[in-house]
Design a protein around this ligand. Structure first.
Ligand code: SF4
Length: 366
């Protein structure tokens, strides 16, 4: 199969968003970090590097592994429920979250983590053969492997597959437009609602993420859902949830689904306890009281907090417990009982993938 992009050496392609500075250094313009790099220097995200007056991506066609997951695991509850998606990421990340729940991949500094060599057309062909709805760029963040993700998304579109980005939304406007806004669906992590949290625990900033959310919702047709991982004592106060919900209703409206998910001790926050289910339920109740129609709990068993309800009559439309679906009452994208439209993308019957997680090894089909 023909490569979509010239590789300078295996896995290395010229980046598309950088500028050359007068002092000989280069500046990457993929995310707001705007790394300024001397020749040979690796960037914060590790997978980009300055090389001969250019910024190169060193993870092109190099995945940290493939898995077929339920679409609900992204999480997306209003995007073809019950479907399976082929999911993958690379090494590296453009954020530095101390609580990272995928740190073995995102913090990988060795290319042996990039175990599966797979070019964009291989990935699309594999997703098709596996009967998946589409391909999800996930585990770390497609923003910093933009060129690889964009080519894979193009290959998917050519064979009728959907594309999904799971992202922190920490991107510049060109990458919002050229990658995130072209996806069929995005789940954006809104990690907290304070600049202090973003700067101290993620080495990033809140404002660019809010701009990504508004851009995706108001200026693209990409279906948007949002996830906030609640970390005890750091972003779970009633005051912070109230501010988040108020901003959300005002800037995104009531119909963009919001997921509050449970933290478990990981990476550099092993001393922080797991999120009590009661905290997730309280945050959900708060957000619903503020006017959001579809608020979910995640990473716990909670049928009430994970089922989808009609915003008109209040009846259960999609019964759900973690990734397992139960009864389904969506007809022509609306409530079967009162005909109130249900925002999102729905088929007459849900998919039948269930909660399974199937690791897949891709072989290069050159
Ligand atoms: S994508 Fe990587 S190299 Fe580019 S600005 Fe962000 S962290 Fe730096």
């Amino acid at each position: 199969m023909q490569d979509r992009r010239l590789q300078l050496e295996p896995g290395v392609v010229v980046g598309e968003e950088f500028v050359r500075l007068d002092d000989g250094r280069v500046r990457c313009n993929v995310c707001p970090r705007q790394c300024t790099l001397s020749d040979g220097q690796r960037a914060f995200c590790y997978v980009r590097q300055a090389k001969d007056g250019q910024v190169v991506l060193t993870a092109y066609g190099r995945s940290s592994g493939f898995c077929v997951d339920p679409v609900e695991k992204k999480p997306l509850n209003h995007f073809f429920p019950g479907s399976s998606v082929l999911s993958f990421g690379t090494a590296g990340c453009n954020l530095g979250c101390r609580f990272c729940q995928n740190w073995d991949m995102s913090k990988a500094r060795e290319m042996e983590r990039l175990s599966d060599a797979a070019l964009p057309d291989d990935i699309a062909a594999a997703a098709k053969e596996l009967g998946c709805l589409g391909v999800a760029f996930t585990y770390n963040d497609p923003v910093m492997f933009f060129e690889y993700a964009a080519d894979t998304a193009a290959a998917c579109r050519e064979v009728g597959l959907k594309t999904i980005a799971v992202t922190a939304g920490y991107a510049t406007q060109p990458i919002r437009e050229r990658l995130l806004g072209t996806m069929d669906a995005c789940n954006v992590d809104l990690k907290a609602f304070t600049e202090e949290f973003y700067s101290k625990l993620c080495f990033a900033h809140l404002q660019p993420v809010l701009e990504t959310l508004e851009y995706l919702h108001h200026q693209t047709s990409s279906w948007l859902e949002v996830t906030t991982l609640l970390i005890p004592g750091h972003n779970d106060s009633e005051a912070e949830i109230a501010k988040l919900a108020e901003w959300y209703v005002e800037h995104l409206g009531p119909d963009v689904p919001l997921h509050f998910s449970a933290f478990h001790p990981d990476f550099k926050m092993m001393d922080t306890p797991p999120t009590p289910p009661a905290t997730l339920r309280r945050a959900r109740a708060q957000a619903k009281a503020a006017g959001l129609h579809h608020v979910y709990t995640g990473n716990i068993h909670d049928q009430d907090g994970q089922s989808t309800y009609c915003a008109g009559c209040g009846r259960i439309l999609i019964e759900r417990d973690w990734y397992q679906l139960g009864s389904y009452h969506v007809v022509d994208g609306a409530c079967e009982y009162c005909r109130t439209p249900l925002p999102g993308h729905f088929t007459a019957r849900p998919g039948r993938w269930g909660p399974r997680r199937l690791p897949v090894v891709l072989e290069h089909r050159a």
